[in-house]
Design a protein around this ligand. Structure first.
Ligand code: MG
Length: 310
């Protein structure tokens, strides 16, 4: 198999933790409904490929996200997986369901903008944070780690560019509420590297340090890897990515452009940055999943490495 030549570059971390979002953020944005048994096999295969954090599913109401309505069944099928398996929860009821099934890590999802808070949660930014407060507190009491997703950190489809101060202020509030980590989402993929650096520097000045931050880039405008590199140069070491670029299918109307894990691992392998991920096994997994979805993976690396198979 073709692999990149390893040539380290100065000023970068030696190790990066990939937060794999394919089974949750990826599949929830795919048209096809994937059976729980296939999802379970997917998650097992991702862990065997070396991913150590795999966001498994979501405990939002099944009517909102029918793709993930089988969360209960799936949790039972993956209780032997040797990886961190965070799950998304929208409210206290979702948290209770997740805890009952043995979840050890959860994620809540806030918005940096009023328009998206209204569209996604039917709440104001403040109202959403108030809703999450008891969830985070209860999770903390249960010894469960909490990630706070923050959507629209760079731009918003209704509001345009998002002021850095606004993203910093909501990030700060998520941390103060008790979130262990904030994932900065470029939900519509409009960020560019200078913007990333400026946001990270301003977050640091506000006391939100790199070890509490993850970046979640979308490749809608082809900027995801450039933005990732900017974040790594700034000292961030947790990067979200979706195996095979799931959820970002260019052939689907719902295309959201999640950064493909394989594209990320190719760059990190070339830079000599450790991830623990075997790109061959990961690519084979994404090819397998693409067959289940009935369309090729949008990941450039998956396509390049598996040209003969697809
Ligand atoms: Mg995403």
């Amino acid at each position: 198999m073709t692999l990149p030549m390893t040539v380290p570059a100065p000023g970068l971390p030696t190790r990066v933790r990939i937060h794999e979002v394919g089974p949750r953020d990826g599949l929830q944005n795919e048209k096809a409904l994937v059976p729980a048994a296939i999802k379970a096999e997917f998650i097992h295969r991702l862990a065997e490929a070396g991913l150590t954090t795999i966001e498994a599913t979501s405990f939002v109401h099944p009517e909102w996200v029918p793709q993930l309505a089988d969360a209960e069944e799936l949790m039972r099928l993956i209780d032997d997986v040797d990886a961190r398996l965070p799950v998304l929860v929208p409210n206290e009821r979702g948290l209770d369901r997740a805890l009952a099934l043995g979840a050890r890590e959860i994620a809540v999802f806030a918005s940096a903008t009023e328009s998206f808070a209204k569209a996604n949660l039917n709440r104001t930014v403040d109202g959403a944070l108030e809703m999450f407060e008891p969830v985070v507190a209860k999770a903390e009491d249960a010894g469960v780690a909490v990630r706070g997703y923050l959507s629209m950190c760079f731009g918003d489809p209704w509001e345009g560019p998002v002021p850095i101060s606004q993203t910093v202020s909501v990030s700060r509030r998520l941390l103060d509420m008790g979130c262990d980590e904030i994932s900065l989402g470029d939900t519509i993929g409009v960020a560019t590297p200078g913007h990333v650096r400026e946001l990270l520097a301003t977050l640091n000045e506000a006391g939100v340090m790199n070890d509490r931050l993850a970046v979640h880039f979308h490749d809608t405008y082809g900027q995801a890897l450039a933005n990732t590199l900017a974040a790594l140069e700034h000292g961030v070491t947790t990067v979200d990515a979706s195996a095979g670029g799931l959820g970002g299918c260019p052939y689907a109307k719902s295309a959201t452009g999640n950064l493909a894990t394989e594209d990320l691992v190719w760059m990190l392998d070339g830079l000599g940055i450790e991830t623990g991920v075997d790109i061959g096994r990961l690519t084979a997994t994404s090819v397998w999943m693409a067959r289940h979805l009935g369309r090729p993976s949008p990941s450039r690396t998956v396509r390049a490495l598996s040209q003969k198979e697809i």
